[in-house]
Design a protein around this ligand. Structure first.
Ligand SMILES: [Zn+2]
Ligand SMILES: [Zn+2]
Length: 295
C-alpha cells in the first residue's frame, strides 16, 4: 500500500460542557449523559508500527481546544452539504453515493443536495495521468481548485464530489483516496479503491468505506482534527485495513465538536442513525447507537 511516498490517508487528511440537553426528545428512553458516553467509549489502544498514530504522532484535539481554535461551523447561511458525481459511475456506485448523501445529512443534521453530475471532460488531459499499474488517474488538487471551488454554492457548509476515477494529489504521490481544501469547504473522494459494490460479498464493505471517509472528511471541514483519545470516526488511518477497523460513530469528545459545529440534536440524530445503520446491515454501529440511546 505504500511504494514511493505513498501514505494514502495522509493525503486524505491533508487534509455542550456537553451539557447534553436531551430534554423532551428523551421521553421514551434514557439517552446516556456525557460521562456515561465516556464510560462506554473505547480508549485508543497503544499505536502499533505502521499505523497512522504510530507514524504521525499527532497531538489530538480536546473539545476545549477545538472551541478555542475558532472552528469552521455551519452558520445560518451555510447549512447545506452539496454533493455531486464527477465522471462516469456504475449504477451500483451511484447507489452507494446516494446512501452516502443520505448518511451525511443524518450524521451532521444538515440538509443535503445532490447537484447534476459533472462530465469527466471538466478535468483536462493536463490534469490526468496513467498510473504505472495502468489505470487512469485524475488530479484531485485540480478538481478542488479549478472545478469545485469556483462553483462552490454560497450556502454550502461543504461541497464535495464523488468519482469512480482513481485520484492523485500531486505528481510525486502514488494515489489518494480523496483530497480536500478544508477551509474552502470543497473536496473530492474516489470510490476506485473501495471495492466492487456489484459483488455481494463486498457491497457492505464498499458502503461502509464510503460512509466512513465521507463523514470523516466533512468532519475535517468543520475543523475537527484527528482524534487520538478514543476509537472514533475521526481517527487518522494509514490503510484500508486500518480504516475498516475504525468505527463509523464519534467518540463523546468529537460528538461535542459536531454539536458545536452544526447544533444537531443528539437524540434525533442517534435515532435516525440507528435506523440507517439497521436498514443497511451495519449492526455494530446500530448496536452502539442503541447503547447511546439507552435502549
Ligand atoms: Zn483525516
Ligand atoms: Zn473522537
Amino acid at each position: 500500500m505504500k511504494p514511493s511516498r505513498i501514505r494514502a490517508s495522509a493525503v486524505l487528511c491533508y487534509i455542550c460542557l456537553l451539557s447534553f440537553s436531551f430534554s423532551a426528545a428523551a421521553s421514551m428512553a434514557a439517552p446516556l449523559s456525557y460521562n456515561e458516553l465516556k464510560s462506554i467509549a473505547q480508549p485508543f489502544p497503544e499505536p502499533q508500527p505502521g499505523s497512522w498514530q504510530y507514524e504521525q504522532k499527532e497531538p489530538g484535539q480536546t473539545f476545549s481546544q477545538y472551541k478555542a481554535g475558532r472552528p469552521a461551523v455551519a452558520t445560518a447561511k451555510r447549512r447545506v452539504i452539496y454533493v455531486q458525481i464527477l465522471g462516469r459511475m456504475s449504477d451500483s456506485q451511484k447507489t452507494v453515493v446516494d446512501k452516502a448523501v443520505e448518511y451525511l445529512g443524518l450524521f451532521y443534521g444538515l440538509k443535503t443536495q445532490t447537484l447534476p453530475p459533472l462530465d469527466a471532460s471538466v478535468v483536462p488531459i493536463s490534469a490526468r495521468r496513467i498510473h504505472p499499474m495502468g489505470q487512469r488517474q485524475f488530479n484531485a488538487t485540480y478538481i478542488c481548485e479549478k472545478v469545485l471551488l469556483p462553483s462552490c454554492p454560497a450556502d454550502a457548509a461543504a461541497y464535495i464530489a464523488f468519482t469512480a476515477e482513481d485520484l492523485f494529489p500531486a505528481p510525486e504521490w502514488n494515489f489518494c483516496f480523496g483530497y480536500a481544501l478544508y477551509k474552502q469547504r470543497v473536496g473530492v473522494w474516489s470510490l476506485a479503491r473501495n471495492g466492487n459494490p456489484d459483488d455481494p460479498d463486498e457491497a457492505k464493505t464498499v458502503l461502509r468505506r464510503t460512509l466512513r471517509i465521507a463523514s470523516h472528511e466533512v468532519g475535517h471541514m468543520f475543523s475537527m482534527r484527528h482524534c487520538i483519545a478514543y476509537k472514533c470516526n475521526m481517527n487518522g488511518v494509514n490503510s484500508l485495513e486500518e480504516a475498516d477497523a475504525t468505527p463509523l460513530y464519534l467518540c463523546p469528545e468529537c460528538l461535542r465538536k459536531l454539536n458545536y459545529a452544526t447544533k444537531v440534536d443528539y437524540v434525533t440524530r442517534w435515532r435516525k442513525l440507528e435506523k440507517f445503520y439497521s436498514e443497511n446491515g451495519l449492526e455494530d454501529e446500530a448496536q452502539f447507537i442503541r447503547k447511546c440511546l439507552g435502549l
